[in-house]
Design a protein around this ligand. Structure first.
Ligand SMILES: [Zn+2]
Length: 290
């Protein structure tokens, strides 16, 4: 079976209509398990909740590889074994530490690509039957606006950026479904717009990875073929489960958010491992002082 995962990084739900993926089911009530890339991608790649994979620390960027190595290494071998990258040939197009690390571990091709040429690069794998798992990670609405070549990062300029991406992505997905058995197009998180999402008299920061709001948590997900999933509330664990043909359960929003939220607020993370409840505060550990 050939499966494909296409991630549009940083896409608000409002932009879903710009993408036309024939034969897909669009799920409209999906919440990302966190508001930034690393935890939500770790979840999509493992099917594990952040309480289990624990890639939910607000990172000092250059240290995140070191951290992930320890998570995916000896102590958390279970996570590694359950990754879909273990079962499929891995072709990664990315620049984010978790993907670099996965790629290193699994001997996949490593390509750093932040612009729209990633689609072009992925095209050569579409008809290659040796590639059982095609994974394409696109910059999406993330700054800088390389697709539309705009200088200013603002929510007014975002539609043109997403439009430029969709014009390339729509025909690419049309090709992908001809050659793959299961395809998911997903978003790891959205983006907060300070002038739209701020409650009255409360100023929030533009972006993601900081404050939590529907703007950066509510995400569109498309699944192919259309298996007529119930129109319920899901979190992004469904991506892994759909690709791996595992049961998909409707999830609880509060449960999904809590580890990432606690991490953002510098609380300890509580998680289950080896049948025991553990509690750790990473911010006090050497190398992780924040
Ligand atoms: Zn992201």
């Amino acid at each position: 079976m050939r499966i494909a995962l296409v991630v549009i990084d940083c896409l608000r739900y409002e932009y879903a209509d710009l993408f036309q993926f024939d034969g897909f089911q669009r799920l409209n009530n999906v919440v990302a398990v966190s508001n930034w890339t690393m935890p939500t991608m770790a979840t999509m790649m493992t099917g594990l909740h952040p309480t289990e994979h624990r890639c939910c620390l607000f990172p000092v960027k250059d240290k995140s590889v070191k951290f992930l190595r320890s998570v995916l290494g000896s102590k958390y071998r279970k996570v590694e074994q359950e990754m879909i990258v273990d079962q499929y040939e891995y072709k990664a197009i990315m620049e984010i530490p978790i993907f670099k690390l996965m790629s290193e571990k699994h001997g996949g091709e490593r390509v750093t690509c932040t612009d729209i040429s990633g689609i072009k690069h992925a095209e050569k794998y579409v008809e290659d039957k040796d590639v059982e798992f095609l994974y394409l990670h696109l910059k999406g609405g993330h700054s800088p606006y390389e697709y539309s070549h705009q200088q200013e990062i603002s929510h007014e300029n975002e539609p043109a950026e997403i439009q430029a991406l969709s014009e390339k992505l729509n025909p690419f997905i049309k090709k992908v479904v001809k050659h793959f058995d299961r395809v998911v197009v997903a978003t790891d998180h959205g983006e907060l717009w300070e002038d739209v999402d701020s409650p009255r008299d409360v100023k929030i920061n533009y972006g993601h990875g900081g404050e939590f709001g529907l703007g950066n948590l509510h995400v569109p997900v498309w699944t192919y073929p259309d298996t007529k999933l119930p129109d319920g509330l899901y979190d992004t664990r469904l991506v892994y489960n759909f690709l791996m043909q595992k049961p998909i359960h409707i999830q609880q929003l509060v449960m999904s958010m809590s580890p990432a939220y606690m991490d953002y607020n510098r609380f300890a993370i509580t998680y289950l491992a080896d049948g025991k409840l553990h509690c750790e505060n990473f911010s006090t550990k050497e190398g992780w002082a924040l």
